[in-house]
Ligand binder design. Sequence first.
Ligand SMILES: [Zn+2]
Length: 355
Amino acid sequence: MEADPMSQLQSVLPWQHDLWQRLTEQHRQQRLPHALLLCGEPGLGKAQFSKALGQYLLCQQPQLRDGLLRSCGHCKGCMLNAQGSHPDLVEIVPEGRGKAIKVDQIRELVSTISLSAQQGGYRVVVLGPAEAMNINAANALLKVLEEPGSRTLFALYSHLPGRIVATIRSRCQALHLSQPDRAQAIEWLNQQSDVEGDLAEMLNLAGGAPLAALELVMNGSAAQRKTLYQALKLVISGEGSSSQAAEKLVKTRVLDLLDWWLILVQDLIRFQATQDPACINSLTAKKMIIALSQRLSAQQMFGFTDRIQQYRHYLMSRNNPNERLLLEDLLIDWGNLFRPRSLSGLADRSEGLLI
Ligand SMILES: [Zn+2]
């Protein structure tokens, strides 16, 4: 059985409806600008939205469904898009995670779009994250932005628009994608995933961005975080050594552990200052955070925050650091926080590892 083409096309996410409506209306009135720059926090689906818009512009018979004009899913344009092979939709992304968009990619684009649209309609370039363009790529793109062909749309997206050269920004209509409210985000997450219970926490940890939260749910980090909390409790209670605690955590990247640990300590600091449980992001560690906030001073917590940052920096700046040793060391420091004379212990030990 063949896959339903609709399911292969990008969908418009619930919190994107207002913006979608605005743009499809502009298009209907033939007022759609030739370049858009969609901004907003990571994890809101900016790339997905930009691509959905491109696919919509290439649909030959858009249809009204649930109050929105959308791609029909069965015309020739939609079929080609469903297969990812529409010649008039060009997608430009970095060739690897964290890499730049290079000038060669833009040059190739320029030669493609100097030809007329192959299907006789719109031509769409979806490019992002736009801040990943290096300076040569940006300059090359600028030339085509200055002289766009007719019925061409450049849909750029970025969560760091300040890093895009001003000459490019000024040629694009800036759009802002806002975060959904919490109820809408949780509802959407519930529809995407069978995992229950941790969704609210994942949303908190993802700063309210639903796609980022979904990634956290799908990559199994919820279970790994719980293991971290158990390991931290083990060391606090003195029932297990730092080495035994580290053993429990061998399956998780140490950098991830440090990030989660940092969030937990920041939760502790916030809760101690406000006594408001609503400010706790690490929901599954809430009881532990409330209890620990009575045992630690603000000075100790800020000191430990610095300590985690220091280890993070160390891990990222060295080749092949001994991660296990480093983790055990930090677990010892953590345990010392709950024993007498912990502050002096912390200061003494910091020299040994890092120098
Ligand atoms: Zn269609």
